[in-house]
Design a protein around this ligand. Structure first.
Ligand code: 5GP
Length: 344
């Protein structure tokens, strides 16, 4: 697919663990003695998709892929490096603004002592953004980067763990953290487990972004997410397919982050031409195109824009306008939005 022209992109939905450079991942894996596993796990995840297993099963297998990135990025210095590289890569891809998200993790080493804590993880991620020169306000024209801390539905399986992430996000607001995300395996955890922590995040002045409607049979939870009125929702595959939920989503005017390649590769959608972006575009809903996981889905933001042009008959001018509108959905300060939009 051609890239057709040069638009400054706005990336609002990219997970650090899914956007590690393949060569960095291999290098880190080699140092830790499991290099060959990288390719093996990726191949297994996507041969599952090719084998026509159920969409839910394919999505589950994709979560195995992240375990590889987590095993390779198991020290604060590795996290710092991959966060810096993520910013550099999105900058090289033409982004004016990137909001990266990542899950702070506690990790115990072989000797039983902490190798990494949620705090040292968050510190390292913020340092990575600073190393890449991402913490400016946009007035110098360089790509601005900000960080969202994710609560992982699998890993953060208690209210206390979710609350710890929120407290860290608040504490690191002066170092680039702008919000809190709820992500991870969508069939795990419950809305009730996370609601208090998300309310607290809002109270503390953080933006809230939620993964919503990635799997079937979660209607009740999706309705609660919409009613919560987060700053943005991610994916909304099954939200758009349900008339009642779709009506609520449109009425709420909550912007939706759409990841075309990701949804097709995880078999949430059969093809890009049948992607729910089409319906959202038709109805004038606020949306933005994003990558989700550049390494896992072998994509870039520029490529996602080109795919959207081909599939939905958009022009690069449309994409530019959409990217500028997306900047208004960003979680950073208003003065940063203004500066970045001026550059765009
Ligand atoms: P990390 O938080 O380790 O930087 O990035 C990888 C993590 O992002 C995964 O372990 C998973 O929790 C989350 N993630 C990445 N892609 C997706 C996705 O498409 N859906 C959901 N729900 N979570 C995702």
């Amino acid at each position: 697919t051609s890239t057709r022209g040069c638009v400054r992109g706005v990336e609002l939905h990219a997970h650090v663990g899914g956007c590690v450079r393949p060569e960095t991942l291999r290098e880190l894996a080699r140092e830790r003695g499991f290099e060959s596993k990288c390719d093996e796990v990726l191949e297994r995840a996507f041969s599952c998709a090719a084998a026509n297993s159920s969409p839910g099963e394919t999505l589950k297998r994709c979560f195995d892929v992240f375990a590889i990135a987590h095993a390779a990025c198991d020290t604060p210095s590795a996290i710092r490096r991959v966060c810096a590289e993520c910013v550099e890569d999105f900058r090289a891809d033409g982004c004016a603004y990137v909001e990266l998200r990542t899950t702070p993790k506690d990790l115990v080493g072989a000797n039983g002592e902490f190798k990494m804590t949620k705090r040292s993880y968050t510190e390292a991620a913020c340092a990575g953004l600073a190393d890449a020169g991402g913490l400016g306000d946009g007035s110098d024209g360089r790509c601005v980067a900000r960080l969202v801390l994710s609560i992982d539905r699998g890993r953060d399986d208690t209210k206390e763990k979710a609350m710890e992430t929120v407290q860290l996000a608040a504490e690191f607001m002066h170092r680039g953290v702008v919000g809190v995300d709820l992500s991870g395996a969508p069939h795990k955890g419950s809305w009730e487990l996370y609601e208090d922590a998300l309310k607290e995040a809002r109270q503390l002045g953080l933006g809230i972004v939620l993964h919503c409607g990635e799997v079937v049979d979660t209607k009740d939870e999706q309705a609660k997410m919409i009613a919560f009125k987060p700053e943005r929702l991610g994916h909304c595959v099954y939200t758009v397919r349900d008339d009642d939920l779709y009506g609520r989503l449109l009425a709420s005017k909550i912007p939706v982050e759409l990841c075309l390649t990701s949804n097709v590769m995880t078999r949430s959608c059969d093809s890009v031409s049948e992607h729910h972006a089409k319906k959202l575009l038709r109805d004038g809903a606020p949306i933005c195109f994003c990558t989700d996981d550049t390494w896992v889905f072998n994509t870039t933001l520029r490529r996602e824009y080109a795919i959207a042009c081909d599939a939905f008959g958009l022009t690069m001018n449309d994409i530019r306008d959409m990217a500028i509108r997306a900047m208004n959905f960003a979680l950073c300060d208003e003065h940063v939005k203004i500066k970045v939009i001026e550059q765009m």
